[in-house]
Design a protein around this ligand. Structure first.
Ligand code: GCU
Length: 368
């Protein structure tokens, strides 16, 4: 791996196994000391934290459409209440009929529709997967209004504290509440529930799985800056921390703005965020024409995070000693990466690649 190692060395990344208190040599040390350290750094300097977990009340209604009798479609309403204020978030649960329990995707989506252009509903049903989707703006609006939706129940009035949650943290929080609910449903296989999102919601899917160890896998699609792409040494065509904080300051904790022109001053880089998902499955998807999301930066995160999977005695990213080519699906390890043709999108090709990787993992799992 000399070539990839030299690319990583040129980025001067923090060592994912090391904190100021020393380097982890075992998975136990990683879990007790290094993992909590990166988690804290990540929340303090990039995404911000939420103070508490609220338990919503949940009601469900069954919709008439059943996809040719192959699935049940329910709308699940989550009502959150705090200090006399309430907010309800609708989510869409599509469960294959057939014998369960079923693996599930918790889908952070841009839109509430079922089916939807980002959600090939029937194909997923046919593959035996349930999908539990939510429209992110139903959680809290994608803007600087912190009194909107769920944020209105938690956020400080006026200026946010430097380490207070940005909107990505709110959307990730919703994915965990959806997980709470799925775990109460016998149709869902508790060991095979993952989270998927694209672009700003790819960043969110990675954050959700980094924070919540119940997610068995995360599909982090087209996530780019503050997602799977490394900040240090980014490609010149890729989005900088300055660009993202200028256009979308409310996605992040205000502390993140300090690094607009100094990614090297951040105590962590995105491989440390990705590594919080270990030893569970991390599946990163990139598109060759999506230069804004930094294809090689997303790939190198997968390489740089891999030592943590290795600590657990698993393989990280299984790759030749080269940057990926279009059409590659590197799906054999605990860290997976695919590079498809085309532009920024959560496409059918991405879904099929995730399905293929997840099913080969299931087969390998049986052989082990
Ligand atoms: C913008 C932003 C990206 C983000 C994308 C999206 O392009 O700069 O960081 O991923 O929007 O979410 O669609």
């Amino acid at each position: 791996m000399n070539y990839l190692k030299s690319l990583l060395a040129a980025r001067s990344l923090p060592d994912v196994l090391e904190t100021p208190d020393g380097r982890a040599a075992t998975a136990a040390e990683w879990e007790s000391r290094v993992r909590p350290y990166w988690r804290k750094q990540m929340l303090t300097h990039i995404y911000g934290q939420l103070p508490q977990v609220l338990t919503p009340t949940v009601t469900t209604e069954v919709n008439q459409i059943d996809f040719a009798g192959k699935a049940t479609w329910e709308t699940v309403h989550f009502t959150f209440e705090k200090d006399g204020k309430a907010h309800t978030v609708p989510a869409q649960m599509v469960t294959p009929k057939g014998e369960g329990p079923h693996p599930f995707f918790i889908l952070l989506n841009f839109r509430p529709e079922v089916p939807d252009r980002y959600w090939p509903t029937e194909e997923l049903i046919d593959a035996g997967y349930g999908v539990f989707g939510v429209c992110y703006q139903d959680v809290t609006a994608d803007d600087g209004d912190f009194q909107s939706g769920l944020a209105g129940l938690f956020a400080t009035e006026g200026e946010r504290r430097p380490d207070e949650a940005g909107k990505l943290t709110y959307w990730a929080y919703m994915a965990s509440r959806m997980m709470d609910y799925l775990l109460t449903r016998q149709e869902a296989d508790p060991k095979r529930i993952g989270v998927i999102g694209h672009s700003r919601l790819g960043k969110t899917a990675q954050l959700a799985a980094a924070l919540d160890e119940r997610f068995a896998f995360a599909c982090v699609n087209g996530s780019g800056t503050a997602g799977a792409a490394l900040a240090r040494g980014r490609d010149a065509a890729a989005e900088s921390i300055r660009a993202i904080c200028t256009r979308f300051p409310y996605w992040f904790a205000p502390n993140y703005y300090k690094y607009m022109d100094a990614p090297e001053a951040l105590p962590l880089d995105q491989h440390c965020v990705a590594a919080l998902i270990a030893p569970r499955r991390l599946l990163v998807g990139a598109a060759v024409e999506d230069l804004w999301a930094d294809t090689s930066g997303q790939f190198l995160t997968c390489v740089a995070a891999s030592p943590v999977w290795e600590l657990y005695g698993k393989r990280g990213l299984v790759t030749p000693d080269a940057l990926p080519s279009v059409g590659d699906v590197l799906g054999e390890g605990g860290v997976c990466f695919h590079l498809r043709a085309g532009k920024h999108y959560l496409s059918r090709t991405d879904w099929l690649s995730y399905l293929k990787t997840l099913s080969s993992i299931a087969e390998n799992g049986k052989k082990e």
